[in-house]
Design a protein around this ligand. Structure first.
Ligand SMILES: C[S@@+](CC[C@H](N)C(=O)[O-])C[C@H]1O[C@@H](n2cnc3c(N)ncnc32)[C@H](O)[C@@H]1O
Length: 264
């Protein structure tokens, strides 16, 4: 199975994707950057269309929104929601972000909520977005700190068994790295707004957060590992987590960076 198939299978199975948390965290992007009536918007990895629908309401009948994704089942849900809202200014396209090549200077705004780290070549995607934008247009996306979702404990547990697990959150996992990648791509007026959505979990809950296997990354070495070694890594992960326990429980970080940047 290719990496892209693995990603689309995973999301196709999540037809219960929408809930208050997933919807609110996506539309929170509009707290930092909003399109104006009449504008053209691209929602990359639109999923169930939460950002695309909100954008369509903002740009109105004289504007237009395109949502792209590779998960057929989530796009079907998005289509149902668009129909229920009676919106005629949103179009959904089933396509890989890497294959989508509209003409240059087409969009006023490009959104990408909770998906950018899933793209294998982020610098290339940012470069593409820069070209798709009109001068003065903006990108608005989310990414997570490199220790969100107990990522460093997972990586450390793997390292103890000689396995190098690439941390999916690392490339955009600090404000400095975000800033660096965006300036490299010529974006300006970069804003990084951190939002802490983490909480304390019981030890059992924190330990159950990782099952010893799943990690959506193109170079995930765990896919090919013997299940016996995986179980040993899982034991190390549980030990790592136990060492983090405090009186309040285990801190489960979810530090989300809401990022906005503009094309001059
Ligand atoms: C966590 S969901 C976010 C969905 C939506 N943006 C939201 O916040 O409600 C991640 C989405 O990224 C999509 N995705 C992952 N890789 C993709 C790719 N290469 N091209 C297009 N979509 C992709 C998945 O199919 C999934 O719908």
């Amino acid at each position: 199975m290719t990496y892209k198939q693995e990603v689309s299978n995973y999301y196709n199975a999540r037809t219960n994707y929408d809930n208050d948390v997933t919807v609110n965290r996506a539309v929170a992007l509009f707290d930092y950057a909003t399109p104006s009536p009449g504008q053209w918007v691209l929602d990359v990895a639109t999923g169930t269309g939460n950002v695309a629908i909100k954008a369509a309401q903002k740009v109105g009948a004289s504007g237009y929104v395109i949502g792209i994704d590779i998960a057929t089942e989530l796009l079907k849900l998005a289509q149902q929601k668009i129909r229920a809202e009676n919106l005629s200014n949103v179009e959904l396209i089933e396509i890989d972000v890497e294959a989508y090549q509209p003409e240059s200077n087409k969009f006023d705004a490009i959104y990408c909520s909770y998906a950018i780290v899933l793209f294998p070549n982020i610098p290339k995607i940012l470069e593409n977005w820069y070209h798709f934008l009109k001068p003065g247009g903006f990108i608005a996306f989310t990414c997570s700190s490199e220790n969100s979702y107990l990522a460093l404990s997972i990586v450390e547990a793997c390292a103890k068994h000689g396995i190098t697990l690439p941390n999916i959150h690392k490339p955009l996992g600090t404000p400095e790295r975000i800033q660096h990648l965006l300036t490299q791509t010529k974006f300006s007026q970069i804003e990084i707004h951190p939002r802490q959505m983490g909480n304390y979990l019981s030890l059992e809950k924190a330990q159950s957060r990782w099952n010893g296997q799943f990690w959506l990354h193109i170079d995930n070495p765990l896919r090919k590992l013997d299940p016996q070694i995986i179980s040993l890594i899982k034991v190390s992960y549980d030990d790592e987590i136990a060492a983090l326990e405090t009186e309040q429980g285990v801190w489960h970080e979810e530090l989300i960076y809401y990022v906005v940047a503009r094309k001059k």
